[in-house]
Design a protein around this ligand. Sequence first.
Ligand SMILES: O=C(O)CCC(=O)C(=O)O
Length: 327
Amino acid sequence: MTFLRETFKKYKGSLRSYKLVYYLNNLLQRRKLRHNKELYKKHGIQKSIFSAIGHQDFTVKSQDFPWLNRPDALSAVQQHPDFKAFDEKTQAQILHFITHGYLILKGFYSATEMDLLATEVDNLLTKKKTDFNYTGKKIMDAFRFSPLIDQQYFRNPRLIKLLNFLMGKKVVPFQTINFIEGSEQRAHSDSIHMTTEPEGYLIASWTALEKTHAGNGPLFYYPKSHRLPFVSCQDYLSGHSTWQLGANSYKNYEDKIEAILETENFEKQYFYAEKGDVLLWHANLIHGGSPITQTGATRKSMVSHYFCEDVICYHEISQRPAILDLE
Ligand SMILES: O=C(O)CCC(=O)C(=O)O
């Protein structure tokens, strides 16, 4: 089973587009999907928990958005007793997260901690405990093979405390992605990849294992773009059919985001990070990876994605429920 899953991670072919493949995988992962039974009932979804699911299935959208997405968030957060327990710099960043859709934790990790993490990833690669997935850029879920990555970084208690506060619910650590080089990914929001019902219960952290600069493909983002409506497969030509995902769906999605950015007036910013800096972004903040202009430059980094408890978690782009380790 593990062998099949690992093989599929590297697989680039057309099987990826058949919904039946995901259905079969869902059957095999039933233990990690059964929490959806109650949630589907609550949200009026009359579907098997193994079937394809997407934004179109939620005909009645819940208004129970994360508290920091609500219009009164700035005052609500400052009145919250736990807000005062954060140091002043973090408090300012929390307010910034509400208004701008991201926050930066300068020097969250020490250089030594980042070297330890980078060495751990290198060792996992050398020992073939993990590898790049089909994109050739992403090392998925290294935390599964390393208690160090899992406990000290992915589930870092200081980080989790802040994430729980920002989301107003307990977060569910979902996945890690390690990069050796920059991703060079076009502008997108995480909500097309991983989203929730009610909308917005996802947050990501981006950690710099080394300094980033104009040459090594720095992360870029568009402050305040988190306030745009969430884009789903219904908002562009996905080409999805009952049985298959559209072949050009993701490219068409990226074109759609580019078109939105052309009509909106958001300022593009780059994250020139120092080793150990962490950036947290909102589920709907538009971001991506810049082109690498310095040949051979590395940009070691780690992205972690967190869902929240008691919401339906799914992958809009591939129309499938998220497989969650809740136990
Ligand atoms: O690290 C990057 O260059 C971008 C990563 C990213 O966009 C993501 O994980 O959603």
